[in-house]
Design a protein around this ligand. Structure first.
Ligand SMILES: [Fe+2]
Length: 314
């Protein structure tokens, strides 16, 4: 832990405690396979098994088709009906990109650079996992993010994922992303407001604080929560959020025919694993993500970016 990073984060976060906690947990549990986080086993941290999976895919002849799939980025459209949506926000569109794993997903990043300039939206949200590995240097991930971000219109908001260190925050913010670290911002349009909050990683580092993120949101206001993992859907719904946008699951990334995931690496009912869903009064969406991790392959689960269009209740 360097004092320079800590001082920079302290200034950004308005105090030492949260930065110290996050960095301390990173140091204690970085790349731990068993025991840390919401689920017990973390395949993303078991690096020796990754080459075994790659070899198995090569032996079954699926590897090269899966690699080609990993660059076939789809633009998905999701209409979200929201109660109490101010008329000024009728048709407001959010571009949602998740799970870049930018330094190890070059094919998908190249496709993103081609697709992004042609899209029309009002605001962009990023739901974490900018880095490929779960530990070590992050300069390559930030460098690969830079040309992609150049094609995205501002404002851009983001949260950290379980592959990200909080030490990346100054670099991400220098590139124009307003990171929401258990924080919230009002989005104002024609005198009306809705609220966009974001929490830090709840899956592995468990440094999420929904109560703090939601503390300035007025009762009954339309509010959107960004969380890397959808595993906190109950807490988000009971906190009164209108919409939860998340990623993390990769939709399984390697799926059986019919997009049936082998694992979602989450404590989560299958119906929350990919695409649109609802829980109580809250709408939700789990992006299958744009990049890949563990192996650079997607099978029966193409990468996506998503345009969420807000409308009055459908
Ligand atoms: Fe991811």
């Amino acid at each position: 832990m360097t004092e320079t990073v800590l001082n920079e984060l302290e200034k950004r976060l308005g105090g030492r405690l949260y930065a110290r906690q996050r960095l301390g947990i990173e140091t204690d549990h970085e790349a731990q396979i068993f025991g840390q986080g919401l689920n017990f086993f973390h395949i993303e941290n078991w690096y020796s098994i990754h080459s075994v999976i790659r070899t198995l895919l090569r032996l079954t002849g699926l590897y090269w088709r899966g690699r080609a799939n990993a660059a076939r980025v789809q633009v998905k459209h999701n209409e979200v009906g929201l109660d109490r949506l101010p008329p000024a926000f009728d048709g407001f569109t959010l571009l949602h990109i998740s799970d870049f794993h930018a330094d190890i997903s070059d094919g998908a990043m190249e496709q993103l650079e081609k697709i992004l300039p042609g899209l029309s939206y009002d605001l962009c949200v990023l739901t974490g996992d900018y880095r490929g590995p779960t530990f070590g240097p992050f300069d390559d991930a930030l460098a690969r993010m830079r040309p992609v971000l150049a094609g995205i219109k501002r404002p851009i908001y983001g949260v950290l994922g379980n592959h990200d260190t909080i030490r990346m925050v100054p670099g991400l913010e220098a590139m124009g992303i307003r990171m929401l670290l258990n924080e919230c911002e009002a989005i104002v349009r024609a005198g009306a407001s809705m609220y966009l909050a974001g929490i830090d990683d709840a899956h592995y580092f468990r440094v999420d604080n929904i109560e703090k993120a939601a503390s300035t949101i007025p009762h009954q206001a339309v509010s959107i929560l960004l969380s890397h993992t959808p595993e906190i859907y109950r807490q988000a719904a009971h906190a009164g959020f209108s919409l939860l946008l998340s990623g993390h699951t990769h939709g399984g990334q390697i799926c059986l025919p019919g997009s049936i995931p082998i694992t979602l690496d989450s404590v989560l009912p299958r119906r929350f694993g990919a695409g649109a869903w609802t829980y109580n009064d809250m709408a939700g969406y789990t992006s299958v993500g744009v990049g890949t991790s563990i192996v650079p392959v997607r099978i029966n689960c193409l990468p996506e970016i998503t345009l969420h269009r807000l409308v009055p209740p459908i």
